[in-house]
Design a protein around this ligand. Structure first.
Ligand code: ASP
Length: 345
């Protein structure tokens, strides 16, 4: 392969454990400079790709992630889109699924891989999982078949599995298999070979140019149901000034208490134009409103079914759609539609 045929990959380093080092005084983990991180993985130089990198300044623990940084990520990819064959985003695991979901909605006509990864142990630690995660993420970002990217989606690669990003959830803070995609199969598994699940990968329908849409509205909250939920607290959340949308984390297949006060609160909020989205606390399975008596009234109160969506994909979808200045009816309509493979419908 001549140098001009080499796949060009851009690594964008936002922070996260992968690039952290222990502070000798405080003993806490904090992000280090990217150049130091690359020094820890000389193996990258053995790949026959042309690899460039960009560091976000300052690198952050992903608990500090914000919609402004999602926008910066989308813009960075847009700006560099024509010069690279694929992108790898290094990101903390804590909010990786939120960023992956938000980015999936922000891109239109994506036909190149955007592979997010990170690690549970810093790259400088002997037993780190970061090396394998990063090297394989780069290989997936570079993978092509008949001149086209094999996985032109926003994905999370972690512990030998490639997932659609907006289907993932961080499930474990102690083991290397930090992520799961309960409602959608892996897009690839990396063993001796990287085996792709081609039928489950989304390929762009249009051949248009990449477009980004980074408008989001953060006037949303997530409220989780639990036995004993205080009626006044719940009602005062729904009456917060300016509130636009609520993700209601329900039980099982979308059930909530049938108490009159809850339905009254929801009905009042819906009448004010607040968008109410029902997402299950169960990581697997889906919301089926009307299946039990305990969810029938929700439908009548104007609550929308989140179907098999994750909470991460739901809250970012709500933020994204509310940011589009759509009519209330259209916002609700698109919430129920499959935008980027985040739900089955
Ligand atoms: N707190 C870290 C972060 O999300 C955890 C990690 O990277 O795994 O940035």
């Amino acid at each position: 392969m001549s140098p001009i045929d080499k796949s060009a990959i851009l690594i964008i380093y936002t922070g996260g454990t992968i690039g952290m080092r222990e502070d000798p005084v405080t003993r806490t983990l904090a992000p280090m400079k990217f150049e130091l991180l690359l020094d820890e993985i000389p193996e990258l130089n053995k790949l026959d790709y042309s690899i460039s990198s960009i560091t976000f300044n300052p690198p952050i623990d992903s608990s500090n992630m914000t919609p402004a940084i999602w926008t910066k990520l989308a813009r960075t990819i847009e700006k560099n889109y024509s010069r690279y064959d694929g992108f790898v985003i290094l990101h903390g695991t804590d909010t990786m699924s939120y960023t992956a979901s938000a980015l999936s909605y922000m891109f239109e006509n994506l036909d190149k891989p955007v592979i997010m990864t990170g690690s549970q142990l810093p790259i400088g630690v002997l037993r780190t999982d970061g090396k394998e995660n990063l090297i394989t993420a780069v290989q997936i970002a570079a993978a092509k078949k008949e001149g086209k990217s094999v996985v032109p989606e926003v994905c999370v690669y972690f512990d030998s599995q490639l997932f659609r990003g907006n289907r993932t959830t961080k499930k474990d803070s102690a083991h290397f298999s930090a992520f799961a995609s309960y409602n959608y199969p892996a897009l690839a598994k990396a063993g001796v070979d990287i085996v792709y699940n081609h039928e489950k990968i989304n390929y762009p329908k249009n051949k248009g140019l990449l477009k980004i849409n980074t408008n989001v509205d953060d006037r949303v909250v997530v409220v989780k149901m639990f036995p004993g939920l205080n009626n006044q607290y719940f009602d005062s959340i729904l009456q917060l000034p300016g509130l636009k949308g609520v993700v209601l984390e329900s039980y099982g297949s979308g059930n909530m208490p049938t108490s009159g006060w809850l339905i009254t609160s929801l009905r009042k909020a819906a009448r004010k134009g607040i968008v109410l989205l029902n997402v299950s606390q169960c990581p697997g399975g889906k919301v089926m409103m009307g299946h039990y008596e305990t969810s029938l009234a929700l439908e009548q109160a104007g609550v929308i079914s989140g179907q098999d969506i994750t909470v991460e994909a739901a809250v970012t979808k709500l933020m994204f759609l509310l940011g589009q200045n759509l009519s209330l009816e259209d916002t609700k309509h698109y919430l129920g539609k499959n935008l980027k493979g985040e739900i089955e419908a």
